[in-house]
Design a binder for this molecule. Structure first.
Ligand code: ZN
Length: 678
């Protein structure tokens, strides 16, 4: 369902870390680094050019950002049914603690709270494993009893009952161990701890329920299950719909009223219609309305201000149906968008020259709209960890008939880049000075171009043969789809066409991205995997698949080598030209697999190249990383928008400020934007 869409997780860029010369040097006094704990670094981002928006546009942004923050609790509850009560309880303890704040126990408690804030729940945002608290259950019980019981989420319980209920959820590692379990052969619903299913409903029951709703002849199917919790009641599967008057009504009603305020400041008719349609969908929960909204949204390319607000990506659902709530408000970066406009305008050329079988090429590439945006707020599934590129909607038939909207979030990539200056990564892992210089010069631009090509063209290219089930690749569809989009981008980064189009000024520039890609795919991304574990996440699998496949298939000709220098392993790329042909060859095969729905071939590639980790190399990488103290995961705090009203209550300006810390922001959001907690 969501396999076409995609987000590149922040960690990709975070791992690309370079001592890159950012094109526009940012003022030195802006502090990008906010907080550091566990495996997390929290950064802040700038919103350049906000002041160049009109007052009307600023007011629009303001109400949309309010609507965004207001939905934060929805994701917390989707991620696990105890999450909001745990958060509320721990925040009460945190705010009222008057013991020794330098004690190991309190520090461990604070770290845990920071971790669950970052993950929007008690499971790691990326691995989805439950966090292991380093403070004791006794400390928890004592502190809960010490706070004012009126501020606890008791819901009719006594304080002791609350403690008894939450203690195993927080402390017992066998209970709700994983938010999203994807281990083949297990009941993925019963073994996953998210709150998208309840009442003991099994995977088989859910699959049977949706199979009965679907009509194979329907060429414009709704996104079944996107906006509901699936529960078993009286022996039957029912859907609790997320809507006004349904599940999450208190949050969604507030979002609706803020969207209605935003609508007063719409830039044009098309945008007004889009906002109104979204409101209608939130009021009815009708997924046909959502499809209509998605079409209006993707067709509105004229507005400068834009936003996503809803149940969008389904990575949090082991069956890939239910959308996690998210919002990103943004406005177009006019200057940088010229880049993606050039790419989009040449979409057909790229499709025609793609190294895939002509039977799988699109005769006519439709509606690829792409732009570079400046994020103004991140919320829900996009906060604090955030994507750097988005391509929506996810519905396959809408993409085929109407196209999609693709964005690259450049103020986020810029913040990653600025925050990683001088962290020692390149010195440790890049083989030599000439390669480091190449990366310093070209990695920022080639990384951005890689994202543009991946999002605007890669996912939208190619076609299925008639009669091929879009879900034929099943559990491997996300990995193979990301592989396809990445290969498309890699292949074209080295094409002289990019220089001809003025997107790069040096035919060798692509080598910076090739080096980083091989290094990341084969080595450095493994720093996010615990010893002995497999690679699980789709984007990590796809990068490993591409890098390992290219390494192995170029081995005899010495295209890429693993050199050992002073006992350390380094990637050496000996023949960049040949590496490009290998990427083209693999793209040819992956496209065939997708177009023909060849599940067996796809599964074999994933199993052979994408999952298993060489324990010796893994241990070496973890050891080398440990000396650098680079956080494997990064995320952001948001800026604060403050409206200025005149005596008639009209907005005359909106200011943006950046000074807020991580803890302050989390506590403020919980205090001021918590429609789902009591
Ligand atoms: Zn993607």
């Amino acid at each position: 369902m969501s396999f076409f869409n995609k987000f590149i997780p922040s960690a990709m860029i975070a791992l690309s870390i370079t001592s890159c010369n950012t094109p526009e040097k940012q003022n030195e006094d802006f502090n990008y680094n906010v907080d550091r704990f566990a495996d997390i670094e929290v950064l802040r981002y700038k919103v350049p050019e906000f002041d160049s928006l009109s007052v009307k546009q600023k007011a629009l942004v303001y109400y949309l950002t309010e609507a965004a923050i207001t939905g934060r609790d929805i994701l917390w509850d989707q991620n696990g049914k105890y999450n909001l009560r745990i958060r509320q309880t721990l925040e009460e303890i945190y705010k009222n603690f008057n013991g020794d704040k330098t004690s190991a126990e309190f520090k461990a408690f604070e770290k845990y709270l920071k971790q669950i804030w970052f993950a929007n729940g008690i499971h790691h945002h990326y691995s989805t494993d439950k966090f292991v608290p380093e403070f004791s259950a006794e400390f928890f019980a004592t502190q809960v009893k010490a706070v004012n019981a009126d501020n606890l989420p008791l819901n009719g319980q006594s304080v002791d009952e609350l403690i008894a209920e939450l203690t195993p959820v927080i402390f017992d590692p066998t209970i709700m161990a994983k938010r999203v379990n994807q281990a083949e052969g297990e009941d993925l619903i019963l073994t996953s701890a998210n709150n998208l299913y309840d009442g003991g409903v099994t995977q088989a029951e859910v699959e049977a329920y949706f199979a009965s709703l679907k009509n194979p002849a329907d060429t414009t199917p709704i996104s079944y299950g996107l906006n509901s919790r699936k529960v078993k009641k009286d022996g039957k599967v029912i859907e609790e719909i997320y809507k006004v008057g349904g599940l999450y009504s208190d949050a969604i009603s507030r979002i609706v009223s803020l969207l209605e305020k935003a609508a007063n400041y719409a830039e044009n008719e098309a945008q007004l219609n889009t906002i109104n349609k979204l409101v209608e969908y939130y009021k009815t929960g009708d997924l046909r309305q959502f499809d209509e909204y998605s079409i209006l949204w993707l067709q509105d390319t004229a507005s400068q201000v834009d936003f996503i607000n809803g149940f969008i990506e389904s990575y949090g659902d082991p069956l890939g149906m239910t959308g996690a709530w998210e919002s990103i408000v943004n406005f177009k970066n006019q200057a940088a968008s010229q880049r993606t406009e050039i790419i989009s305008a040449n979409a057909q050329w790229f499709e025609d020259h793609s190294p895939i079988d002509s039977r799988f090429k699109k005769e006519e590439v439709k509606g690829v709209s792409a732009k570079v945006i400046t994020a103004a707020i991140l919320s829900g599934d996009a906060y604090p960890a955030t994507p750097i590129g988005i391509n929506l909607p996810n519905s396959n038939w809408i993409r085929a008939q109407y196209g999609s909207k693709s964005v690259t979030i450049e103020n986020i990539t810029q913040a990653y880049d600025a925050a990683s200056q001088g962290n020692g990564f390149n010195e440790e892992f890049v083989i030599d000075e000439p390669t480091r210089e190449l990366m310093a010069k070209y990695l920022f631009i080639t990384d951005n171009l890689h994202t543009d090509l991946h999002e605007c063209l890669g996912h939208g290219s190619g076609k299925l043969l008639p009669g091929v089930d879009p879900d034929a690749l099943k559990a491997h569809s996300s990995t193979l789809e990301e592989t396809r989009a990445d290969l498309f981008a890699l292949y074209y980064l080295a094409d002289p066409k990019l220089v001809e189009l003025g997107l790069l000024d040096d035919p060798e520039a692509y080598k910076a991205e090739y080096y980083k890609y091989m290094l990341n795919g084969m080595m450095t991304q493994l720093m996010r995997i615990e010893p002995g574990k497999d690679v699980e996440e789709a984007h990590m699998r796809n990068r490993k698949l591409i890098a390992e496949w290219a390494y192995e298939h170029g081995k005899d000709e010495g295209v890429v080598a693993l050199d050992t220098i002073n006992g350390k392993t380094y990637i050496r790329i000996k023949d960049y030209d040949k590496l490009r042909s290998l990427f083209g060859e693999l793209l040819h095969e992956i496209q065939r697999i997708k177009s023909e729905g060849d599940y067996e071939a796809g599964k074999n590639l994933v199993e052979k190249y994408a999952i298993k980790v060489d324990p010796k190399l893994h241990a070496e990488i973890l050891e080398r990383y440990s000396h650098l103290d680079i956080a494997p995961y990064k995320g952001f705090v948001n800026p604060i928008y403050t409206p200025v009203f005149d005596e008639n209550g009209e907005i005359t300006d909106v200011t943006v400020t950046y000074g807020e810390g991580y803890i302050e922001q989390m506590l403020r959001y919980s205090r001021d934007y918590s429609p789902l907690t009591k």
